[in-house]
Design a protein around this ligand. Sequence first.
Ligand SMILES: O=C(O)CCC(=O)C(=O)O
Length: 270
Amino acid sequence: MLTDSQVSFFNSFGYVFAPEFFSSSEIEKITNVSDSFMKELREGEEVDPEKGQSEDRFVERSEYLTQIVAEDRIYESARKILGERFLWAGSEGHITVNSTHQWHPDRPGNPDEVSYTRLKVNIYLDPIRSESGCLRVIPGSHRWPLHGEIEPERFHQVEDTVRPFDVLGEKMPSVLLESNPGDAIFFNQSLWHAIFNGWAGRRYIALKFAANPQTDTHLASLKYYGNSKMFAPDPAWVGSASDRIQSMVGRLPKLGEKPVSDFLPIRPDR
Ligand SMILES: O=C(O)CCC(=O)C(=O)O
């Protein structure tokens, strides 16, 4: 699991790169399980390189991948970052088409909103380098004032250059997280991140978690960004015998019913 030093790094910079988080035999199994599940979901068809493939509730529907989430390394790392009573916010499996995904935070917002930590763990199943679509991050951009100084108002890079700096996306000061299968990238979803030089067929799994919501804004933000499925967890997890899985999903349906005041998120203008 992440060490205390790695968690401190995450808190200050908004991400932490965990090399060789999984052993080579584990990542081989994760990749095989993921590939065959993706294929099953495509009903055996080849991947359309124009469309790629994106699936949600990805790990929830696999016993092996569920076990990976519930064991110490992921679960305890998430707990160390998010604190007690953290929540499951879903998972994704991707075979990408995008060569570029310009600068954006997944959860932009005002200082109150971004102080609510949402965690994403990306596990890339292919080697990715600076010239082949590695994840780039701007350290510290999960917090104000930096968070709000990049592309103010629209919170997404739309043109070739990033406002208000007039700097090409690829030239933005950032850390390039070159990754090999077995590495894991933990990042705060309010962190500015991007992909350049990607290629169709890059595979990754994303695991999403959220701290226990403390304020109305937190819950409203969770509801706004978490799709409706988040509050109606996968039946396999609702009926899970694992205390850890139960602790992440058990409260979700009730939270989903809780009314929240009108919430005006900063909506990325793409
Ligand atoms: O690796 C990718 O293609 C997308 C990464 C990203 O933007 C994300 O996980 O939010």
